[in-house]
Design a protein around this ligand. Structure first.
Ligand SMILES: [Zn+2]
Length: 417
């Protein structure tokens, strides 16, 4: 007969009893830690299994914080989109969708669903960090928003995502061919009305922040296209596609991950969905002044206190140092990089084509960092940490790029050998 005492002892190596373990589980701050913790020990896993609903509810709530209702609402429509989207191009009106208030007390969710919520929240947090970097503090790529600002940003971005998921989703690929259908104008008009109604379902005080989140997303899509991560065809359609596919697709494209872009859908997007970009403006603009934006004091954004080291100009959003050189790619795309610098020797430079390829494949921070390390005596007083406006940075690159081009040539040959 098996010695059950031994099995029990061996089984429970975890130093706490079930109640204390349950307490620890419910205080975990995020879903990723929960996943790691419950699979670390059979005993912990069994405790989790026996109290799954309450543990998941607590950890999801800890993870999402005050934006849990917005996150749950988005998840609910995305997870069961067929219930809310009848036929082709025909979502149900906003009055028939779950309301945020209904989801305030959480739902019964599975671990799989919690992981999807966590993945969505990762997207929102990465966008928040980008927003903070571009709008508040260009020195840091992690979010410098206050707790209040962070909450406002996340709430607005989840709502924009919700609108994209319900009323902006690209038509399924196999239906794109039908976009010449006679009924299309009628369907698009209906969809436009539904979208406007959805926007109008939010409090007027929330619309300024929705518009801000929307414009931010749209700017990221514009940047992505300018940065040439995608072929430069149908750029209007691509922009519409990115924005209306929602924050996750736009973020991935911004990061250069463009393999999720459904090229079968893109060509139809400009004609089918472009009109909707106006819906945000139409609904939100008249009430824009009433609401409070995302930042508590936009006038104190760090951008406003920075000056160009070379010409002393204050240029919010248009200053560069090593902390944001990576963003330059959407301002000065690889195909225009050398041309914009107006290098007098460029047309006669033998390796022009290969350098454009280098410019496309080497991250900008590395490229500009290398130019800095080869800068001439005249520029020794400038450091990579100094802020330069776009004009002064271009002048700096114009005057110092030749050394970099020459240095690159043997290195390229070395790379190939
Ligand atoms: Zn300057």
């Amino acid at each position: 007969m098996q010695d059950t005492r031994f099995v029990g002892q061996h089984f429970n190596k975890f130093p706490f009893d079930a109640d204390l373990t349950d307490y620890i589980l419910t205080t975990l701050s995020d879903i990723h830690s929960l996943g790691n913790f419950i699979f670390s020990s059979r005993f912990v896993y069994d405790v989790f299994e026996s109290r799954r609903i309450s543990v998941l509810r607590a950890v999801v709530s800890n993870h999402l914080g005050p934006v849990a209702p917005q996150a749950m609402r988005l998840f609910k429509v995305m997870d069961d989109i067929k219930s809310y989207w009848h036929g082709w191009l025909a979502p149900v009106p906003v009055s028939k969708l779950p309301r945020e208030d209904d989801l305030r007390n959480g739902l019964h969710i599975t671990l799989r669903e919690a992981r999807i919520l966590a993945a969505n929240h990762d997207v929102i947090q990465q966008l928040e960090a980008l927003y903070s970097w571009r709008e508040k503090d260009p020195r840091s790529t992690s979010s410098q928003l206050t707790i209040k600002e962070s909450e406002r940003f996340q709430e607005a971005m989840y709502r924009v995502w919700f609108i994209c998921a319900m009323y902006g989703r690209p038509a399924p690929a196999n239906r794109v061919g039908k976009s010449k259908s006679k009924r299309l104008p009628e369907i698009m008009r209906e969809l436009g009305q539904m979208q406007t109604k959805c926007l109008q379902s939010f409090e007027p005080s929330q619309l300024a922040r929705l518009l801000e989140a929307w414009c931010f997303l749209s700017n990221l899509a514009t940047w992505t296209i300018r940065a040439e991560f995608l072929p430069q065809k149908n750029v209007r359609s691509v922009h519409t596609y990115l924005v209306w596919s929602g924050p996750s697709t736009t973020l991935e494209a911004f990061q250069g991950k463009t393999n999720t872009v459904d090229r079968k859908v893109v060509p139809s997007m400009a004609t089918s969905y472009e009109q909707f970009c106006e819906a945000f403006q139409l609904v939100t603009t008249p009430k824009h002044q009433d609401g409070v934006g995302i930042l508590e004091s936009p006038d104190e954004s760090l951008w406003r206190s920075l000056r160009c080291q070379a010409c002393s100009q204050i240029a919010p959003g248009d200053l560069w140092n090593q902390s944001n050189w990576s963003y330059l790619r959407g301002y000065l795309p690889p195909s225009q990089f050398f041309e914009r610098l107006e290098l007098p020797w460029w047309n006669t430079f033998t390796d022009a084509d290969s350098l454009e390829k280098v410019c496309r494949s080497v991250p900008y921070p590395q490229l500009i960092g290398e130019v800095f390390s080869l800068r001439s005596k005249k520029y020794k007083h400038l450091e990579p940490g100094h802020w330069l406006c776009t004009d002064c940075l271009c002048k700096f690159l114009h005057d110092n790029l030749e050394a970099w081009c020459s240095s690159r040539k043997p290195q390229e040959q070395d790379d190939q050998s």
